[in-house]
Design a protein around this ligand. Structure first.
Ligand SMILES: CC(C)(COP(=O)(O)OP(=O)(O)OC[C@H]1O[C@@H](n2cnc3c(N)ncnc32)[C@H](O)[C@@H]1OP(=O)(O)O)[C@@H](O)C(=O)NCCC(=O)NCCS
Length: 189
């Protein structure tokens, strides 16, 4: 994956200029600020509690770049009107799951519901196919109907729900497991 390469450029439904590109080392501050904002928001993502320190985030970020370099991950940085506004990734599994990619994506609160997440999912699916992955999986909180709508719109199917698997706010919610076969034969697995 060539660092910084633009993979998609378009106007959102609200007329904002959106660029999808591969990450570069210079994205660190944007990525870290974005992670801290998501933690403050306490939204539908795994990261929660205390915001990551610069050292923790740097470790995560460098490992992410390393995984991309080794073709173990595809990652897309999202920029809206020139500012970092989200990212999406597909991480290749290991050993018996090396044909499977696990997806994750999030956008800055200011730029949701204008079609960017749908385009990001499409771009990630294309990247995952180019990486040779045969199957994509996703986990989504049961109380996140917007994300579930986007995933199902793009062909993901629900495999099931693990009740109360996620600690969310003051209680627990179910974790929905979804999958998308990328090849005809993986649809019959
Ligand atoms: C989930 C997320 C990536 C989706 O991206 P997005 O840009 O907001 O989504 P889009 O604008 O492309 O599409 C939203 C769709 O959901 C629909 N939607 C919005 N709120 C909804 C709701 N409460 N119930 C059902 N559908 C809803 C919209 O109508 C739209 O549908 P359409 O394209 O068929 O018209 C983004 O909202 C986000 O980052 N959310 C916070 C973090 C998160 O949830 N991450 C995913 C973790 S699994």
């Amino acid at each position: 994956m060539e660092q910084g390469k633009v993979v998609r450029q378009f106007k959102s439904k609200k007329g904002n200029d959106v660029v999808f590109r591969y990450p570069t080392k210079d994205d660190f501050t944007g990525v870290w600020n974005f992670a801290c904002d998501l933690v403050s928001e306490d939204t539908f993502i795994e990261l929660a509690g205390t915001a990551p320190t610069e050292e923790e985030e740097r470790k995560w970020f460098d490992e992410m770049l390393d995984r991309i370099e080794k073709n173990e991950s595809v990652n897309i940085s999202v920029f809206v009107n020139g500012a970092f506004a989200g990212n999406g990734r597909a991480d290749r599994g290991k050993y018996r799951h090396s044909h499977v990619g696990h997806l994750g994506l999030s956008l800055a609160a200011a730029y949701r519901d204008e079609g960017i997440g749908t385009e990001l999912m499409k771009a990630l699916i294309d990247e995952a196919k180019a990486l040779g992955l045969r199957l994509l999986t996703l986990s989504c909180f049961e109380n996140n109907p917007r994300a579930l709508h986007v995933y199902e719109k793009l062909g993901f199917q629900k495999a099931g729900i693990i009740p109360n698997a996620v600690a969310y706010k003051d209680g627990f919610v179910g974790e929905v497991k979804l999958y998308l076969p990328l090849t005809a034969d993986s649809a019959n697995l």
